[in-house]
Design a protein around this ligand. Sequence first.
Ligand code: TRP
Length: 452
Amino acid sequence: MNSQERASFGSKLGIVLATAGSAVGLGNVWRFPYMTGENGGAVFIAIYIGCVLLLGIPCMVSEFIIGRHSQSNTARAYRKMGGTGWGLVGYMSVLTGFLITGYYAVVSGWCLQYVWASMCGELSGDSAAIADYFQTFSTHPWRPLLWLAAIMLLTFVVVAGGVRRGIERASKLLMPILFLLLLIIVVASCLLPGAGAGVEFLLKPDFGHLSRGVFLSALGQSFYSLSLAMGCVCTYASYFSRDTDLGKSAIQIGIIDSLVAIMAGLMIFPAAFSVGVNPDSGPSLIFITLPNVFQQAFHAMPAVGYVVAIMFYGLLSLAALTSLISLVEVSTAFCHEELHITRSRATLLVISAASLIGVFCSLSLGGVDGLSIWGKSLFDAFDFVTGQVFLPIAGFLTCIFIGWSVPSNIVRDEFTNGGKLRGTYFATYLFLVRYVCPICILLIFLNQLNVI
Ligand code: TRP
């Protein structure tokens, strides 16, 4: 397929919003705020922003370069630029993206179900009742599967619609709605009595927490949050135009992603502190603690609480949907180009296969016994293998590939759009990708495996 007939994004805004849509996801809304609270508030935010600037953005630019230079799906992109050996890294990224799709879709389905539940007023009662609701729902044999099917159907409609008419159009519509919802909830949350304590908890610099672990958590979170090393950024970049400024786009996406993460903190902590609840981590934060917080915080104005809860889960669903779209696109582009099937067939194939994984992941949480590997439920096992093993390996190898294997004149050419841009920061970029990024990624990896 030559580059003439290859799909592309139609505008700069579309490029930034679609890629930011991939980056802004569940990681921003529940993981970042909690980690910030745990790891010293403003100090963590500062370290996190440092990680995004020094590591996340250079790695994102590297994936941009690979994708745009080769104008292909991720597996072929690595192969085209580096031969069969490096091609394996591309295959690994596609595989990671594919494996994560199923379980990301399960959680996205839960978000959708919670929009419905808040509309029907099902998320009421005391905190035990709400915890019980989540437990009963997530381990139910088929109810989560219906919502999985619903979110997959939405994703199908967008991805099968094509790059410009599906993905770009959906991102331009959904991302502004997401920002608006976020802004409204932040204002509502910060206006609650006693909200100041939450803002203070989130933003007060507390140097007492500084440790190696804080740096490593910030680093891991920045990679996860920017959707790196799963082929998404690389696949989207293959639809960028020749005159897209890669460095500038990566910075804009980094800023949007970090801003959403910080605003998510300003949405959750003030409300939680205003009712004296200490927010905890993981699924229980968004699916158990928060329904409770909304209900209590707005008890004097139940109508506001009702609307805020619907908006919150709507926001989560949108964030999850745009990320899911990018995940599905990685394998869709792969199947479309490698198996030479039409885009809609490729989408159908990917969504059916990923849904099957999703079904098993969902059932492994309680619907069916015995769905486990290495003593973990399938759900946790997928999370572990993709996020903590494949992701750092692919990220590390991508830096080595661009920093050391691809001739630097090719890298410079992409960075400066063939000399049209001045490329003031090229030397800095290359230094970061050659030395700083690989060392830091290696550190996270070893730390995750408890080797250091
Ligand atoms: N960045 C997403 C988030 O913040 C999660 C994620 C990681 C992701 N890798 C991805 C999403 C790849 C889409 C594609 O939640």
